[in-house]
Design a protein around this ligand. Structure first.
Ligand code: AMP
Ligand code: ZN
Length: 113
């Protein structure tokens, strides 16, 4: 298994888990870009958003709803937060197993860099 996030999900590499259920996990980003930086990751290996099919619609919705729940748990639901999927090279995707970034706890610039 050469996918970093598959290995974290399998317990072969440690992760700082903030949520786990049948379909997804959420871990703290090891190189946080904001006071709260969590990655919401489906258990199933999907390389990029380009690989999603209609059968994944509910899964993707549940990733966003989990991001909102984690933001709320940390008190950022009203202050604000950002959710981002990076896809492929120019967006800076570095791990090719889709993951929703949740960033909160500081003013976030727009447009992003
Ligand atoms: P992306 O660049 O959008 O593919 O995001 C990958 C993210 O994974 C980056 O924000 C990294 O800091 C993060 N990351 C890399 N290795 C680990 C790890 N072992 N545990 C948690 N997060 C990681
Ligand atoms: Zn994977």
């Amino acid at each position: 298994m050469d996918c970093l996030f598959c290995r974290i999900i399998a317990g072969q590499i440690p992760g700082n888990f903030v949520h786990q259920d049948e379909t997804m996990v959420a871990i703290k980003d090891v190189n946080p870009q904001a006071p709260l930086h969590v990655l919401i990751i489906p258990r199933r290996h999907i390389a990029t958003l380009n690989d999603l099919s209609v059968e994944d619609d509910a899964l993707v919705g549940s990733l966003f709803r989990r991001a909102a729940a984690i933001a709320k748990e940390h008190g950022y639901d009203e202050r604000g937060y950002r959710t981002v999927f990076n896809t492929n090279g120019e967006a800076g995707q570095s791990v090719f197993h889709i993951h929703l970034h949740l960033l909160a706890g500081r003013g976030l610039e727009w447009p992003p860099g």
